[in-house]
Design a protein around this ligand. Structure first.
Ligand code: ADP
Length: 170
């Protein structure tokens, strides 16, 4: 049976899922926003493991343990920096979701939570990002109907939650 997709307003560091996805930067050594929150809660061991991974390119995804997080793993991906929409931003964002789902599948991780990748400091327009997120997760879960149980779009604002709820209802 295909995965259940849902949107939730929550702090992603509180979710006890198989893996939370981190909107990281290319160094993987921590930063602001959701990345900072994940590193603070996971503790120093996370940055130590990240240091062994030699960074991450935009659109790629790499996995670590979750350490002190309630989530068992963290899948780190790097979203595109939004310029004007003509620099391949949508394709890079799609790769973030595709590659994160692929890494999860390869590790048998069935419950996942995504933040709204790139919509903070990286400036991606939230409604465009939400459409890429929902379309891509729907496509991948349809391609692999037995691979996932629950996929949560973890929103940090009511406006993002509204966007996802509308898209998921359509
Ligand atoms: P990016 O650099 O990819 O834009 P940000 O961390 O700046 O990443 O923002 C990505 C999204 O994560 C934004 O929608 C932001 O509001 C949200 N966010 C920030 N902190 C958290 C958190 N603790 N849990 C879930 N989402 C968060």
């Amino acid at each position: 049976m295909s995965a259940k997709l849902q949107a939730l307003r929550a702090d992603i560091t509180t979710l006890a899922v198989d893996a939370i996805v981190n909107a990281a930067n290319t160094t993987l050594m921590g930063g602001g926003g959701v990345d900072g929150a994940i590193h603070r809660k996971a503790g120093r061991e996370l940055v130590n493991e990240c240091a062994t991974l030699y960074g991450c390119r935009p659109g790629e995804a790499k996995i670590t343990k979750g350490y002190k997080l309630p989530a068992r793993h963290v899948i780190h991906t790097v979203g595109p920096v939004w310029r004007d929409g003509t620099r391949g931003e949508a394709q890079t964002l799609e790769f973030c979701y595709r590659n994160s789902l692929q890494v999860a599948r390869a590790h048998g991780l069935r419950t996942l939570a995504f933040p709204c990748i790139s919509t903070g400091v990286y400036g991606y327009p939230p409604e465009k990002a939400a459409k890429v997120a929902v379309d891509t997760v729907r496509a991948v879960t349809a391609e692999h109907p037995d691979a996932y149980d629950d996929i949560t779009f973890c929103c940090f604002s009511d406006s993002d939650l509204n966007l996802y709820q509308e898209l998921l209802a359509a």
